[in-house]
Design a protein around this ligand. Structure first.
Ligand SMILES: Nc1ncnc2c1ncn2[C@@H]1O[C@H](COP(=O)(O)OP(=O)(O)OP(=O)(O)O)[C@@H](O)[C@H]1O
Ligand code: SF4
Ligand SMILES: [Mg+2]
Length: 407
């Protein structure tokens, strides 16, 4: 049951070991639209009478879309709220605020009964192929369970369907009677994928599906997900903690920091033209990816100082300011809006720019009605409409030309 032991260079693995990168279909309508999603967890005092003393603001007002049959990557450091976002969308949690529009219906506040038919349409793949499969059940019964619960196939057809699913994910259909511990890590993740596929979902939330695997096996599993997307038209929200893993599979990427989306855009905008200091720092940690894409030599790693602050009491203004190498006064008082700066590119920063080439004055003063320090300034209240909706508008702020860009 050994898998390939070839170990490719990190970052180039996905290109060398198989399929071409997944391409964006800009015409595809959204299967998922998330608006102003918040997911807070109460913090209680200790002692006999446990009062609520605050909230962990794990996800704090994020908006984005996933196109039908497409894939959006969601990246960011540990604890930034990626899994919580995935769990709110799959309704393992009830969102604190905001809407989760799946296939045209807002499911954010659906009851358990209303959610039941949807359970087959949205599936989740988990990070750890070791703990997400019950070791006491055979692979056949693990994959058959959702088929039975949702009455998907007649009883006498279940084994045939399980074998088909094993074949789709590249496993021997005769091995349905084996137990998870008889498989390698990559093979166990394939079993998890077969289980998710059993109900023919329209959307799969894949939460770090390859993080626990060796680099060469990672590429094989990503290739399998690409095959599945192509053959069955499934859309993916693909969660990962680094930008290298999502580049190949996700034509669009959202970067999260401390519960917020700080930059979102198509592959070119994020990997070749990142305008947020945090995205640039993440990219600089995988230099071979950036130089493979841009052909430019590695510009050196940006080392972020300090720890990620607590989501219970996040910094005022821009949440990244305590670690940002270019923070200024306004960053402490005003939260930067997620501003559209390209056809499919948004960034939340008062000083957005390419690495080493940032504006000397904040670009957000007019829309916020403030002066350069962030203090209210009635003379500046041009109050342009903030772009805080999911998706992209036909016009945007062209920072290079200092004009309005149009599609
Ligand atoms: N059930 C919960 N109750 C309280 N706090 C929680 C709960 N789940 C997550 N958190 C907190 O919310 C924040 C976001 O957690 P989350 O698991 O979404 O991060 P993540 O981006 O998936 O991180 P990782 O890369 O480590 O998986 C963290 O501070 C975490 O401690
Ligand atoms: S808004 Fe300020 S602190 Fe935040 S990323 Fe931009 S420059 Fe840095
Ligand atoms: Mg997580």
């Amino acid at each position: 049951m050994a898998e390939s032991t070839e170990v490719p260079t990190p970052g180039t693995a996905f290109d060398e070991l198989g399929h071409a990168a997944t391409q964006l279909d800009p015409e595809a309508p959204p299967i998922l639209t998330v608006r102003h999603l918040k997911q807070y967890f109460p913090v209680k005092s200790s002692g006999l009478i446990r009062r609520k003393v605050g909230d962990v603001k794990a996800v704090d007002d994020i908006s984005f879309q996933v196109p039908q049959g497409g894939s959006l990557g969601l990246v960011g450091e540990s604890g930034c709220g990626k899994s919580t976002t995935g769990r709110a969308i799959t309704r393992l949690y009830t969102p604190t605020e905001g809407s989760v529009e799946f296939d045209g219906n807002d499911i954010a506040n659906y009851s358990a009964r209303q959610l039941k038919p949807l359970r087959s349409e949205i599936q989740m793949i988990f990070q750890d192929p070791y703990s997400s499969l019950n070791p006491r059940h055979t692979v056949g019964s693990i994959i058959a369970a959702p088929l039975r619960i949702h009455d998907m196939v007649p009883k006498d057809q279940t084994l045939k369907r399980v074998q088909e699913l094993l074949e789709i994910v590249g496993l021997n259909p005769e091995h349905y009677n084996r137990y998870p511990n008889e498989f390698s890590g990559g093979q166990r993740q394939r079993i998890g994928i077969a289980r998710a596929l059993a109900l023919q979902p329209k959307l799969i939330v894949a939460d770090e599906p390859v993080s626990a695997l060796d680099v060469s096996i990672q590429a094989q599993v990503v290739n399998l997900l690409q095959d599945i997307q192509r053959d069955f038209g499934v859309a993916f929200l693909f969660i990962a903690h680094d930008l290298a893993v999502v580049r190949h599979f996700c034509p669009e990427v959202a970067v999260m920091y401390l519960g917020k989306i700080v930059e979102i855009g198509d592959r070119e905008s994020i990997y070749e033209n990142a305008h947020h200091p945090y995205t640039q720092a993440l990219l600089s940690a995988v230099p071979e990816v950036k130089s493979a894409v841009t052909g430019e030599p590695d510009a050196g790693r940006i080392r972020l100082e300090g720890d990620v602050p607590s989501p219970i009491d996040p910094p005022s203004g821009c949440r990244f300011r305590t670690r940002c190498p270019i923070a200024q006064e306004i960053c402490a008082t005003q939260e930067p809006p997620l501003l559209q700066i390209g056809q499919r590119h948004k960034v939340a920063c008062h000083f957005p720019g390419r690495r080493g080439d940032v504006p000397t004055r904040p670009v957000t003063t007019r829309m916020l009605g403030v002066d350069d320090t962030g203090a209210p300034d009635p003379g500046m209240s041009g109050a342009e409409k903030m772009v805080d909706e999911p998706g992209y508008a036909d016009t945007w702020l062209d920072l290079d030309r200092n004009t309005v860009g149009r599609a």
